[in-house]
Design a protein around this ligand. Structure first.
Ligand SMILES: Nc1nc2c(c(=O)[nH]1)N[C@H]1C(S)=C(S)[C@@H](COP(=O)(O)O)O[C@H]1N2
Ligand SMILES: [Mo]
Length: 526
């Protein structure tokens, strides 16, 4: 680029024009790529799009003084200004990539790849990130690179013709480039528009969530016993942070509900149908409880389980207002996206504090975990109880109504089975000979855990030290040191619930009502 282009004035002018077309190609490719990336994020992981993640990374990296200055200068428009800056920088880089790619094949692609890597880094390091969020910057970068290459190649076949075409004439190569450019630009506009429509609702919902304050609980949570958390490296924390909490649902795009428009209806076999709105719900006396929820699809030893502090109004209070009629034995709860769960009426009316939850670990429910309202029922697997984005409770009978998973071969009821897991050491690891520290969690929600034992190479069971439990509805940690000489070992764990019933050794698959068997690990001691 540094050496002046030789040739006639006309040729120089042509080259200058071609550079402009190359910049336009870069812009169109970048816009289409970024729009496709944002669309991917909008569908899979609306809170961490590449653009918002980069914006967040910039905010985090900027010193506090600059942040204050930006807020002073732009007020509440500071975020808009930030997004405008990111878009401008992206535009300049995209144009530059076009010009670079025309001058030296591969250079523009490298620039697009670097930008994609920056987006990917920003996305995977965000607090609210999920594994699927990584797909968006990858889609953006790959699509940008493919389009950039296609456009610049077509430009190259048009450009070398130093003959200025006669007026009105459109050489094939030129038409091919211009068509591709127009097509790419149109695709960018369409993807951008769809994304905007899709994400507007998410922006509204997360805006509301960010500015709301949760009510104080009228019934505060049980105190966490001092001995509930063991200090064993690699052990699951007693309370699972929201960002690490497993997520299971059938929603392709996370439902975005604007709380002022939200209503919960109670219908079916009731004396009075009831409808309450979000403000009314928030004004009710709230209960806060630690509850460990688990997925029926959790394999033995799996991680589809988590313990959180849930804030909500007891479901039984709402049901009491509606007055269930005699003969009803089930509540079919429905989500905003049509998903349903069948919960025994009794589990919602007894004293176990089944909640219409609005808070999770001191925050409003994250969008992925059911904002603004979900059900949490101690003792039952999520598929028959933990309806997220809750909109309706139909009081009914098991013989009359069937829930989403029940029609797909799963059970209509789902009490959680007694289970235990070894977190450390991980299966397959090598550890030092001597006293090997084992640690993990055990759960039997609403019954409670009495005992956890380990056995090595099918020897006799050795009792582990059980940490204090928050309640019978939460998991508890356990720990045991065992002296092991060098060799290979199989280690198994089993828990016994407070009724004295040990978990079964019989292996059952997750369908139709939850896996059983002992979590078994193999380690090498050296
Ligand atoms: N609307 C809706 N709610 C749902 C589901 C779903 O697919 N849709 N899945 C359920 C299942 S199977 C489980 S295990 C829990 C998981 O809750 P979490 O994603 O907050 O961990 O949500 C339950 N609630
Ligand atoms: Mo589940």
């Amino acid at each position: 680029m540094s050496t002046p282009a030789p040739g006639t004035t006309k040729q120089r002018r042509l080259r200058g024009k071609a550079a402009l077309w190359a910049a336009a190609a870069g812009l169109a490719a970048g816009a289409a790529g970024i729009a496709a990336g944002e669309l991917t994020a909008g569908l899979l992981s609306p809170l961490v799009s590449p653009v918002t993640a980069l914006g967040g990374a910039v905010i985090d990296a900027v010193p506090p003084g600059v942040k204050d200055l930006a807020v002073q200068l732009f007020g509440t428009a500071d975020k808009v200004v930030l997004v405008a800056c990111i878009v401008s920088v992206a535009g300049i880089l995209a144009a530059l990539a076009g010009v670079l790619e025309r001058n030296r094949s591969g250079w523009g692609l490298a620039l697009a790849g670097l930008a994609g890597a920056a987006g990917l880094t920003a996305v995977v390091t965000r607090a609210q990130t999920s594994p699927q969020a990584a797909l968006a910057p990858i889609v953006a970068a790959v699509l940008t690179m493919v389009l950039l290459r296609t456009l610049v190649r077509r430009l190259a076949t048009w450009e070398p013709s130093e003959e200025t075409p006669a007026r009105g004439e459109t050489p094939l190569a030129r038409r091919s480039f211009l068509n591709a450019l127009a097509g790419t630009s149109l695709a960018a506009v369409v993807a951008g528009t769809v994304t905007t429509i899709l994400t507007r609702a998410t922006a509204v919902a997360s805006g509301f969530r960010g500015s709301m304050t949760l009510p104080q609980p009228a019934a505060p949570p049980q105190a966490i016993p001092a001995n509930a958390s063991l200090s064993v490296d690699g052990l699951s924390p007693l309370v699972t942070p929201n960002a690490d909490f497993y997520r299971i649902d059938t929603a392709l795009a996370v439902p975005a509900i604007d709380p002022p428009a939200w209503k919960l209806k109670v219908t079916g076999l009731v004396e009075r149908e009831i409808e309450i709105d979000f403000a009314t719900l928030l004004a009710k006396p709230m209960t806060e409880r630690h509850v460990t929820i688990a997925c029926v699809s959790n394999n033995v030893g799996g991680d589809l389980i988590g313990n959180a502090l849930w804030l909500g109004w007891p479901v039984r209070e709402l049901l009491a207002m509606a007055g269930p009629k005699a003969g009803a034995d089930m509540v079919l709860s429905t989500s905003n996206d049509g998903w349903t769960a069948s919960t025994p009426l009794e589990a919602l009316t007894d004293d176990r504090d089944a909640l219409l939850a609005v808070g999770m670990n001191g925050e409003p429910l994250p969008l992925e975990h059911g904002f603004p309202v979900r059900m949490i029922v101690p003792g039952l697997y999520g598929f028959v109880s933990a309806t997220k984005w809750l909109t309706e409770l139909k009081v009914t009978r098991f013989t009359d109504d069937t829930a989403y998973w029940t029609t797909r071969g799963w059970s209509d009821r789902g009490p959680i089975k007694t289970q235990s897991r070894i977190d450390v050491p991980r299966s397959g690891r090598s550890v030092q000979a001597g006293q090997v520290q084992f640690g993990g969690v055990a759960w039997a929600q609403h019954r409670g855990i009495n005992r956890v034992e380990l056995r090595v190479n099918r020897g006799s069971w050795q009792q582990a030290m059980l940490a204090g439990a928050i309640s019978t509805d939460t998991w508890c940690q356990w720990q045991l040191g065992i002296d092991l000489t060098p060799g290979e070992y199989e280690v198994q764990v089993r828990a016994t619930d407070s009724t004295g019933e040990p978990q079964t050794e019989d292996k059952a698959p997750v369908a139709p009502d939850g896996a059983t068997g002992y979590h078994t690990i193999n380690i090498k001691v050296g």
